[in-house]
Structure formats: C-alpha cells, structure tokens
Design a protein around this ligand. Structure first.
Ligand code: SF4
Length: 468
C-alpha cells in the first residue's frame, strides 16, 4: 500500500524528470549516478509579503518572545580587496571611507533591534561575520562592529563568533583587533595551497606564506582556525589536490570545509576558460574522484567528519553556526545582502549599500524580500539537516511528521541498489557516492515529500538549477 503513491508519482514523470529525481543505473555511482549535478536551493513554499508589509511584520517578529533553543546571527560585509575569478558573490571593492560609513549603519542596525522581546527571550549561540571579506576591514572598524555585536546581541556563555577572511589579511594588527574584541573562530578561504593554482584564480599568496600565516594566527591560541579548500579548479590536477589534502595534516588548523567548484554563468572564470586563458576545470566525474580521495585521506588521518563537506581536525572546532543554519534554526540577519529566518519568516536584506544605508537612516530594517513560512518547513529542515550529516532516519521522521514519510522507502531501495545509500536497522547512511551526490538526493527527497504530502507539509519544489 505504502509503495503505491510514490510509484504513481514516479511513473507520472517524463523520462528527463525521472532521471533527475531518481538518477540513472550506470554502474558508476560515484562518477555518474545522476546526469547532472543539482545545486540545492531547496526552499519552503511560503507566502510572500509585499513591501508595504515588511516593516510591520519585522516589528511584530521582534515583539514576540521565542522558545527557540539555539539561535544564530549573520552579519554581512559586502567588500573585497580583490575580485576572485571563480566568485559568484562579489559586491563591492574595499574602500576604507565607504566601509566606515557602512559600519556606522551596521552598528545602527544592531542597535535598532537591541531592546526587543525577541532578543531578550534567549541567547544567541553563534554569530558569523561573512562576506565579501570581513578580514579586510581596518582594525578600528572591525573593533567597533564587534563591540556593537557584543553590546546588542545576548551572546551565550559558550558563544561561537566567526570572522571570515583571507590569508592576505592575517597580520598582527588585524588579528589582535579580532581577538581583543571577541572573535573566537576565524574561517580563512585558502582554496588551494598550490601557488600556481591560487594565482591563476586571483589569490596572491604562495604556499609557504599561507602556512606561515596560519601558524601566526594559530599561535595566539585564542581562536579556532578553519580553512576552505575548493576542488576542481583549473590546473588543480589530482596530484595537486593530493598535495593540498596532505598539507592539512601539518597545517596549523582546527578544521576545514571542502567545496566543489561551481562555475557561475558569465563569471570571469568561465570567460577565462572559454577564451583559452585557463585550462578547463575538472569535470563532475573528476570532481567525484577528488571528493572520494580527500575523504579517504582525511578519514585515514583521524579527521572527524562534522557534515558532508566539513571536517574537524582538533576538538576545538564545533562548527556551531553551520550546524544551526543547516538545521533551519533562527538566523537573525544584519548587513547589506544578509539573509535570515526568524519566527516563521525568512527575509533578505537589500544588497545595494547606498539603499541599505538610506533605509537604516530612516530607522527601517533594510528588507528587500520577506516570506512567511508554512508549518511544513520543519520537516524540510529536518530532512536537510540529516542529509547534511550523511543519513536519513525515515522512521524517526515519520513518528514526528506523519506516516507519509515512510513512502520514501522504495526510492531509498533504488538508491541502495545503485550504491548511493546503505540501509541499517535505524537509519539509512549515504555511501561515499551518496555523499558526493547528496545535493541531488536532498532535492529529490524534498520534491517527493512535497508530492506525497500533497500540501499537508508544503515542501517546495524549487526551479531546478543544474550544472553539467
Ligand atoms: S574574497 Fe570571497 S567574496 Fe570576495 S571576490 Fe573573493 S571569493 Fe568572492
């Protein structure tokens, strides 16, 4: 009985949609379980509010106490000193005068919500200052911002306060300003340790400088040090990637994120490759091999896996912000381009710095879009949170959210036969191949749940973004 509805749903799909949802039985699960890699922006269908409703809705959210046990805040710094070739998020070039005016507004934005019931009703466990390049801010500006964060947000005793940055900015005056004003976790975009690979995509420092600057930061012994690496960059051969991963063993870090290269349409990287100025980036199949090789080396060297792409090297790394956001916890947004989610609503703030500053001057939250979420967003968040950590507990989800969830079992059986998951007595775990394709798996599970629950849990089917 249970299988019937899912089978009907799958049978009603055309061949292309079926392949996108279920994948293809190629016998090469790691390299080719799906024809195209999907970039998950799985969202929850909500009710968009019109611009005239945003301020009232925001004020109403701030007036409500929350029972949310753990909350986070995200603060966006939309400035970078250089534009990296592969980046799809660049907003503005760094300029100290402009940054000073921006930090003035950011502090006002923090002060505008300081005394509300929502903030008073519980601690903020994790703050992430991201960008852009927050580390590029002059010490006086970051110090002012950090003081305002600590004055305006009720930070938990064991709060995590992360600042995102570049190797190039790791110098004593900046580091000491961060540490003296409350930063206890620094996340650095290394991308590759290889000098040639880095320079070909707009990163400046060489291998020895990177390792020395990580030593410098780690030597203060006051902050968790995390780095990002990207796999699949032009010139990043399997040998270069193996060297990147091996260097993690000796680098002065507490944890790392491994990201697959996405080439954004129209990006400078895409143009450079098309013009023949750079060799092609790795194919999806080649990226799959790099993902598997990295996982094997890190596992063999006792790195602990915190999520599909995040690893801890020491017990200093808690990855609290990432864990909270992936589980759909409240995230209070501040800054031009920040996104957040509190009290059953999601919101995006204005990306344009001038418009952002003007809005703050008028005493408004600079909202650019706002949605009210339906009750089913909890099921969505639970699925995303589990798959981010490499498993799915259908029985547990069914107890909490309803028996329709169990109708996914036949889909999991197909993926098990193809080597993407392994079903155990309690939970289904993603294999290495399943981990590589977890975004496709997540999106497919959410879409099938949407169809199965027929709107009872409104898990949205988002427009499909796929990369070849
Ligand atoms: S520093 Fe980060 S946000 Fe800025 S251009 Fe480079 S990748 Fe993009």
């Amino acid at each position: 009985m249970r299988e019937t509805k899912l089978k009907q749903i799958l049978a009603a799909m055309d061949a292309q949609q079926y392949a996108l949802t279920v994948g293809t039985a190629t016998g090469e699960a790691l390299a080719a379980a799906f024809a195209k890699r999907r970039v998950v922006h799985a969202g929850v269908r909500g009710k968009p509010l019109g611009p005239g409703e945003w301020q009232t809705a925001w004020q109403s959210l701030l007036r409500q106490a929350t029972k949310a046990k753990q909350r986070a805040a995200y603060i966006h710094i939309p400035f970078c000193r250089h534009r990296c070739l592969y980046c799809g998020f660049f907003q503005n070039y760094a300029d100290e005068d402009r940054e000073t005016a921006y930090i003035d507004s950011l502090i006002k934005e923090l002060q505008l919500s300081r005394d509300c019931r929502y903030l008073a009703s519980g601690p903020v466990n994790a703050v992430f200052i991201g960008g852009g390049t927050p580390s590029t801010l002059a010490p006086h500006n970051i110090a002012r911002l950090l003081d305002a964060v600590r004055a305006c947000l009720p930070l938990a005793n064991d709060y995590e306060l992360t600042l995102e940055g570049r190797i190039n900015d790791l110098e004593p005056a900046r580091i000491e300003a961060w540490l003296a004003h409350g930063v206890n976790r620094v996340s650095i975009g290394v991308q590759s340790f290889d000098t040639g690979v880095r320079r070909s995509v707009g990163r400046l420092d060489d291998t020895a400088t990177i390792l020395k600057r990580l030593e410098l930061l780690s030597g203060y012994n006051q902050a968790t040090v995390i780095i990002d690496l990207i796999y699949g960059l032009p010139n990043q051969t399997n040998e270069v990637w193996a060297s990147d991963i091996n260097l993690l063993k000796t680098a002065a870090i507490d944890g790392l994120d491994l990201y697959q290269l996405n080439i954004y349409q129209g990006s400078a990287l895409q143009q450079a490759i098309q013009a023949g100025k750079l060799p092609p980036a790795a194919t999806t199949a080649e990226q799959a091999g790099m993902f598997a090789a990295a996982g094997a080396t890190l596992t063999a060297n006792a790195f602990s896996r915190l999520s599909i792409c995040h690893w801890g090297k020491t017990n200093r790394e808690r990855s609290m912000y990432n864990t909270l956001t992936k589980a759909g916890r409240h995230v209070i947004p501040f800054g031009a381009g920040a996104g957040g989610n509190i009290g059953g609503a999601t919101m995006m703030l204005n990306r344009d710095v001038a418009a952002y500053i003007k809005s703050i001057e008028q005493g408004h939250k600079p909202i650019a879009a706002m949605l009210l979420l339906p009750a089913g967003s909890e099921l969505h968040n639970a699925v995303v949170g589990q798959l981010e950590r490499g498993y799915l507990n259908l029985k547990g989800l069914a107890v909490r959210y309803g028996p329709e969830v169990l109708e996914l079992e036949p889909l999991l059986a197909i993926w098990e036969a193809r080597g993407l998951i392994e079903t155990g007595p309690a939970v289904a775990r993603l294999t290495v191949a399943g981990q590589f394709w977890y975004m496709n798996i997540t999106q497919s599970v959410l879409e099938c749940l949407q169809a199965l629950t027929s709107g009872r849990h409104a898990v949205a089917v988002q427009p499909i973004a796929a990369q070849g």
